[in-house]
Design a protein around this ligand. Sequence first.
Ligand SMILES: [Zn+2]
Length: 271
Amino acid sequence: MKITKISKTVRRITANNPGVMTGGGTNTYLIGSENITVIDPGPPLEEHVDNIVKMLHGKLKRILVTHTHLDHSPAAYILKKKTGAPIMGMMALHEANQDPTFNPDKILEDGDKISEIEYTLRVLHTPGHASNHLCYILSNEKIIFTGDHIMNGSTVVIAPPDGDMSQYLNSLNNLLLFDLDCIAPGHGDVMKNPKEVVENLIKHRLNREKKVIDALSKMSRANLDELVKEVYRDVNKGLYPIAKYSLQAHLIKLMKDGKVAQIRNEFLWRC
Ligand SMILES: [Zn+2]
C-alpha cells in the first residue's frame, strides 16, 4: 500500500480502482493523528478498507464523504462496521448512480465546522457534479478536499439530472472567495495555485459552452448525436457517450439562460 504524506496533518491512500472515470483510483484522505477524520473511504474494496484501518490505530473519530457516487462512499458502511465511527455527508436529490448503502449518522450543511485540537474542517456545499457534493477546507493548512468537484488529470462529468452545469459553474466561482494554498482532489495528485486551477476550469467550461452556441447557431437545430460530433471534435470518439452527458448539461444551462429551446429530441437556437 502506498501512503503519501500531503502535509503535517494529512495522509493519502489511493484505492485500487483505476479507470477512465477514476484516473489512478479514488483518493482517501486521513486528517490528524489523534482524533482522525477520514474523507472518502472509496469503493467497497476490502483490501483498501483494511489498509485504512491499519493507518488509524483505533483513533477514527468520523467518516466524511464528498458525495455518494459509487467510487467514493460505499466503503463508509464497511469502515463504520469495523470501527464504529459515524458517517457524515449529504443526501443526493436523485437516486440514479448513487450509493444505495449510504445512510449518514449526521447530515452536513454548508458552513458547518468540524473542530479538533489539531485541525478544523469547514464544510462547503458545491453542487454541480452531484447535487450533494461537499468540499472540505482544512482551515489551518489552507488545503481544500475537492472530491469530484475538481479532479487532477481527468475532466469532471456533469450528468443531468443530478449533475447541473449552472450550479457547477457557481460552485467553482464560490471557491474563488477562499484563501487556499492547495487542492487535494478525489482523483489525481495535489494541485498548487488553486485560484489559477479554478479560473482555468471555469474558462474551459465557458469555452465548451461557446462551442455549443457556435454549433447550434450554425446548424439552427440539431439532436445530441449531431451536436456531440461538432462540439467535441477535440475529444476521442470513444468518449462521446460520456461527453453527451456534459453536452446535455450545457444545453440545459442554455435553456435556463433562454438561449436554446428543445422540441422532442432536437435543440433549437433561439437568439
Ligand atoms: Zn469519483
